[in-house]
Design a protein around this ligand. Structure first.
Ligand SMILES: [Zn+2]
Length: 346
């Protein structure tokens, strides 16, 4: 506990230092990181003063963020519209048990089992990410918690300056914990790679449909790894069903939002609901495409998805689709999605 206290105090002091030196480029991250670190600290009986200037500075940043989102939205809107033809049909095909959220998973996973299985997976997947993962664990950056997150399965606080990322996983004691940890590890790893982005680039990266692509992709690769290593098949199938359900549900809502006649580009609520939705819908679609590539050529797919993610600062959907082996026609007809869903059936 003493070690944790020292680490949090050290990181908060560094954040204060950066903030007081007026470096705006990491402001959003600073705010989020500071808030959560202060929460963790108080959960552990450590009292830390909330930095004074935080609230007033935030207003400017919020306006800036909204402008970026609006611009991004205008750029993406028409692309997205053309993807939506077959989504409703696909949505109707995916069956889901009514009470899927409450069904119990069969295998009980303790924290050490969770870390072990993810560690083995990354050793198998990629040396760089595996080294990064081991470092996260040994430097106390991963928290399994029930307190901070009520409705999220996991959360990553992005790395900034010389402060490494933090990962939070909501404890469920099932395979979901491991999948969440694998997912958040990719957010953390990429935040380390993209640390030098400007705040505008970072806001685009975080709020557009790019952000969830690699983490969703890794979920699919991890599930495939679990299948091959004879993890409980009922638990895997249950997770995949839920995954497909959530993806198609989000695609369906996005379709509804976009094709609503009253949809207004100048209406903040409309634009916001679009932005909130696209990461979990199109992000998932792209993830399936890369997973399909991975099935044919692992190294090529890994290069493609890494470049796709880190190219986000040149964010333009057409550019991204045309440069990393994605095919707009197949995307719009959900062809790859259907094909990849079949890869999991056995
Ligand atoms: Zn995520």
């Amino acid at each position: 506990m003493k070690k944790l206290q020292n680490q949090i105090e050290y990181d908060i002091n560094k954040l204060n230092y950066y903030f007081n030196n007026n470096n705006q480029t990491f402001f959003e991250d600073y705010r989020e990181t500071a808030e959560i670190l202060i929460d963790i600290a108080s959960d552990n009986g450590i009292y830390i003063n909330y930095p004074k200037r935080l609230n007033e500075e935030l207003k400017n940043e919020d306006t800036n963020l909204r402008n970026i989102q609006k611009e991004m939205f205008e750029n993406n809107f028409n692309n997205m519209k053309s993807f939506n033809n077959s989504i409703s049909k696909l949505y109707n095909k995916i069956n889901i048990e009514n009470n899927y959220y409450y069904n119990k998973y069969q295998v009980k996973m303790l924290q050490k089992d969770t870390i072990k299985i993810v560690s083995k997976f990354y050793q198998n997947f990629d040396k760089d990410i595996s080294d990064y993962f081991e470092d996260l664990i040994t430097s106390n950056k991963v928290f399994f918690t029930k307190h901070i997150l009520d409705y999220l399965t996991g959360l990553t606080i992005e790395a900034i300056e010389d402060i490494k990322a933090y990962i939070f996983v909501t404890k469920k004691y099932t395979i979901v914990d491991a999948i969440t940890l694998a997912h958040e590890t990719i957010h953390a790893y990429l935040s380390e790679q993209l640390k030098n982005m400007t705040i505008n680039e970072k806001n685009q990266y975080i709020t557009n449909n790019i952000y969830e692509v690699y983490p969703f992709f890794i979920e699919l690769v991890f599930l495939n790894y679990l299948q091959k290593n004879n993890f409980n098949i009922k638990d895997i199938n249950k997770y995949i069903t839920i995954y497909n359900y959530i993806l198609s549900d989000n695609l369906y809502s996005l379709n509804t939002i976009i094709n609503n006649k009253d949809f207004d580009l100048n209406n903040e609520i409309d634009v916001e609901s679009f932005n909130e939705n696209q990461g979990y819908s199109y992000g998932g679609l792209f993830a399936y495409h890369f997973y399909n590539q991975y099935h044919n050529d692992k190294d090529e797919a890994k290069d493609n998805i890494y470049n796709f993610m880190t190219d986000a600062k040149d964010y333009d959907l057409n550019h991204l689709i045309n440069n990393y082996g994605l095919n707009e026609k197949e995307l719009s007809k959900c062809k790859i999605l259907k094909k990849t869903i079949k890869l999991f059936d056995r």
